[in-house]
Design a binder for this molecule. Structure first.
Ligand SMILES: NC(=O)c1ccc[n+]([C@@H]2O[C@H](COP(=O)([O-])OP(=O)(O)OC[C@H]3O[C@@H](n4cnc5c(N)ncnc54)[C@H](O)[C@@H]3O)[C@@H](O)[C@H]2O)c1
Length: 382
């Protein structure tokens, strides 16, 4: 693990290392537990900052910087406890390492959380305190928008640090790029499953007609796929029915729709004990994050001979879009990079077959192989 961040001056928020309040000795048992938490998944660093003047309480977790600076959004959430916030931050940071690694980006994984009520209107001081916290890590961590934060919050952060992306007027809405990556990943699933990647004539059951779902439906319609869709928001369903010729079903019915593909594009944990028995599809490929309620549901899909495109591989387009902003890529270059998700999904299935493991584990293997290979190169050229 790397050295923890130090406070960058008296006007900065008080930045402390894990479990250590400034000026106080850590309690041995507590800090032991916290460091065990880091050791469990090899996190490099965690930084805490507190700014009482505006009530800022923030955590930044850096899981890995082997491939590059750790990138991950800022989540603003009213956690039930500090521990819950830390565990969420660590888990999300690790997820970002894997997502960036399989997307072929030169980025590591990190995440930050701000503890509190995200409906607050007193945002400037809070997000500037967070910006100073980000700045104190000297480029090891780059932030972006996430649950509970907006592009205007990123502008406040930008006043204190350049280590922020997803700014107003820059790369913009990532969902068209995400949807394109999902579409390409779905075609790879079809190629693997049916020997042809043509989706014309295939039926796709689409859960969620929001930003990603809408753009995915457009691409599928253009190729001649049949669409069955559901959303809890009737207006969003109507748009996909009217514009892309979909047939609507009630949200509770989407799991049982006989189709070739189930495309979850709404919320997480939709592949669970209840839904797996109802699925009547051969492929699960969609944009939602954290689709498996638990890892064992990935095994259950395998047992049911359902081809599963691991979520963080197929929905990597959003991260690719953020990376494009960081490096000044053209929209076309970002889209092409998202198109490479096709080959990555096929590579995941190849590993799964060769090693006789489910696809969600094969995705982890692919990420770990890349990180290890680059770590080796770095070790041998010091
Ligand atoms: N936007 C991106 O670029 C991006 C990138 C990576 C991953 N994702 C993930 O993809 C998913 C969709 O993201 P989005 O940007 O389209 O969000 P969104 O809020 O625009 O759309 C989500 C849609 O799901 C609907 N929904 C919620 N609960 C539902 C339910 N029970 N049944 C049916 N529909 C339901 C909502 O009404 C909404 O229309 C999320 O899991 C998100 O984390 C998005």
């Amino acid at each position: 693990m790397k050295a923890p961040a130090k406070s960058s001056g008296s006007s900065s928020p008080a930045v402390s290392t894990l479990g250590v309040s400034p000026g106080r000795e850590p309690r041995a048992t507590r800090s032991f537990e916290l460091f065990s938490l880091l050791a469990e998944h090899d996190h490099e660093q965690v930084s805490f900052a507190y700014e009482p003047s505006c009530g800022y309480r923030g955590i930044i977790a850096i899981h890995s910087t082997v491939l590059g600076p750790a990138l991950g959004g800022t989540r603003f959430w009213n956690y039930r406890s500090d521990e819950e916030a830390l565990v969420d931050c660590l888990r999300l940071a690790r997820g970002m390492t894997y997502k960036a690694a399989v997307a072929g980006l030169n980025l590591g994984g990190g995440k930050s959380v701000i503890l509190g009520d995200n409906r607050t209107t007193r945002r400037e001081a809070l997000f500037r305190a967070h910006g100073r916290h980000v700045e104190s890590l000297k480029g090891r961590y780059i932030t972006a928008e996430d649950v509970g934060t907006s592009t205007s919050d990123m502008e406040y952060i930008k006043a204190e640090t350049n280590q922020v992306t997803g700014l107003i007027g820059k790369s913009g809405d990532p969902s068209p790029v995400t949807a394109y990556g999902v579409y390409r990943g779905m075609k790879a699933c079809a190629a693997y499953r049916y020997g042809s990647d043509r989706l014309a004539g295939k039926t796709v059951a689409l859960q969620g007609c929001g930003s990603v779902g809408y753009h995915l439906a457009q691409l599928l319609h253009a190729e001649g796929a049949k669409l069955v869709c559901a959303d809890i928001d009737p207006q969003r369903v109507k748009r996909v029915v009217d514009e892309w010729g979909a047939t609507a079903v009630a949200p509770s019915e989407i799991y049982g729709v006989p189709a070739d593909v189930f495309a979850p594009c709404a919320m997480g944990a939709v592949i669970n004990d209840d839904t797996i028995r109802r699925l009547e599809v051969e492929i699960v490929a969609g944009g939602a994050n954290n689709q498996l309620a638990e890892d064992r549901h990935g095994d259950l899909l395998e047992e049911r001979h359902i081809t599963y495109a691991p979520d963080y591989v197929i929905n990597g387009g959003g991260l690719i879009n953020v990376n494009a902003e960081l490096h000044g890529w053209s929209p076309e270059r970002a889209r092409n990079k998202a198109g490479e998700i096709y080959d990555t999904i096929l590579r995941v299935f190849e590993i799964a077959r060769d090693e006789a493991i489910p696809s969600y584990r094969a995705a982890d293997r692919l990420a770990e192989q890349r990180i290890e290979a680059i770590a080796q190169v770095r070790r041998s050229h010091v």
